[in-house]
Design a protein around this ligand. Sequence first.
Ligand code: 1BO
Length: 282
Amino acid sequence: MTNGTIINPLINLNDGSVMPRIGLGVWKLGSGAETVNAVRWALEAGYRLIDTARIYENEAEVGEGIRASGIPREEISVTTKLWNDDQGYEPALAAVDASLERLGLDYVDLYLIHWPSALFRKDNPDSPALRRETWRAMEEIQQSGRAKAIGVSNYAINHLQEMDTYARIPPAVNQIELHPFWFRRDLMEFCQERGIVVESYSPLARARMLADPRITAIAEKVGKTPAQVLLRWNLQHGNVVIPKSAHKERIEENARIFEFTLQDEDMRVLDALDEGKSVLSV
Ligand code: 1BO
């Protein structure tokens, strides 16, 4: 697909639908004009995937940005996520309706369980039964057409294995923190072997890491920015990326990652940056 200023290829999901290889993530973008503008700029630049969540408190602004862009709804892939205190069958069904209402949309393209644990439920925060009940609701949400595809986020291998015991529909996507400083190759390959698309959030790690000399050296060699190199690394591992930015130029820069290739030796240098843990403070 060619839109705006970027070429934006699609990836096939295991349910027969597709999603763009790059999207705008709006985690930590503020409510109000910051998110509305970022969404509009991204869509004008050719992005066709916007990733939000109930907990980001900007679903309404995402909907506003989509409408302000003038781009037909059916050309845009919208993801939102169910927050931890909405886990469970009935709460999950109510949560998707509330998210759709805030977005001002009839359906989302992808609905995700944000975390495997109902972290804020004091009664039973890590309950396989609760995960099963939530997924039962997710399957109903997909069948009712309120979400075209369903998936999970922050699921580890054991959570995905557990799903084999109860899921009638497998997750289409596992959205996880993934970048060279937290490579998670085992989890990535486990998902890929099962046809679950890995969608990398925070693919640019932290700003200070963009200045790492091992990254800047590759960036200079290929004539791209460190951010473009990190995003390209993720793409070449087969993943979808959803970098966040509130800046128009940065949003456009982040999307120009389809017209160059990292050589195997550069990929190996980046693979070796793995520190084995999250670099974020959630
Ligand atoms: C708490 C939000 C993590 C990224 O979606």
